[in-house]
Design a protein around this ligand. Structure first.
Ligand SMILES: O=c1cc[nH]c(=O)[nH]1
Length: 227
């Protein structure tokens, strides 16, 4: 079995989905605010320690966020929101995440994604989600010895994750539970928490607020850090 660092390196070299390869590379440098910056423009590995007890499942890197910086949720408005919450609940060393090398550390928490490449309009196809699935499956199996809780940001991540957990032998109920904000599902020694995605649209429409997301992460940390 390879290590998480070896998996991260393999993820970053993936070229399995021609549409996503073309998009992640073609979109680099097209936003005025970041013109002249060198983009990562590759698949984005997970971010956080290999012995994390909490995983956070997002959707996919954004074109000018993680696809630019090479780190999950780093450099986009969703990340700006998420890292403020993670810092507030004691899971991040600082409330901001701007670039690899900015000093940010996550405590017991790993950010993972069902799709590793930035997709057009933030919408991966079902075929792209399925092609990307083995990366998520392998990452979760490497985290398994310490993993006790997963916060899933949005229905896409929920629907991508449950078949992975099922196939890996976690006791996923049938029919599979539906995504909802505030959903909590016990899978033996693992607890899943549903949370609306922290996308700019959800934040601007007040579908999701800082307090709502912080409450989910506090519930999750009560599992991973019971004292
Ligand atoms: O799920 C998401 C959304 C925005 N940025 C990411 O890196 N992941």
């Amino acid at each position: 079995m390879r290590s998480l660092a070896e998996l991260d390196a393999a993820v970053a070299g993936c070229r399995a989905c021609p549409r996503l390869v073309a998009w992640r590379e073609g979109v680099a440098g097209t936003k005025a605010a970041f013109r002249g910056e060198e983009y990562w423009a590759r698949p984005v590995p997970g971010f956080g320690p290999p012995d994390a007890s909490l995983a956070v499942v997002g959707l996919a890197p954004s074109a000018h966020g993680a696809n630019r910086t090479g780190r999950m949720f780093t450099g986009d408005p969703s990340g700006d929101f998420l890292f403020r919450v993670l810092h507030e609940v004691g899971l991040a060393s600082q409330p901001t995440s701007t670039a690899i090398g900015d000093g940010l550390e996550l405590y017991g928490t790993r950010l993972v994604s069902p799709v590793r490449c930035a997709p057009p309009e933030n919408k991966p196809t079902p075929a792209e989600r399925d092609t990307c699935r083995p990366w998520l499956a392998e990452e979760l199996s490497l985290l398994r010895p310490t993993l006790r809780a997963i916060v899933v940001l949005g229905a896409f991540g929920w629907q991508a994750l449950l078949p992975v957990l099922d196939a890996a032998g976690w006791p996923v109920p049938q029919p599979r539970p539906a995504f909802a904000h505030g959903a909590v599902v016990e899978l033996g020694d693992l607890r899943l928490f549903g949370c609306y995605h922290v996308s700019p649209r959800n934040v601007q429409t007040h579908r999701v607020t800082h307090a709502m997301v912080a409450a989910v992460f506090r519930a999750a940390t009560s599992v991973t850090k019971p004292d």
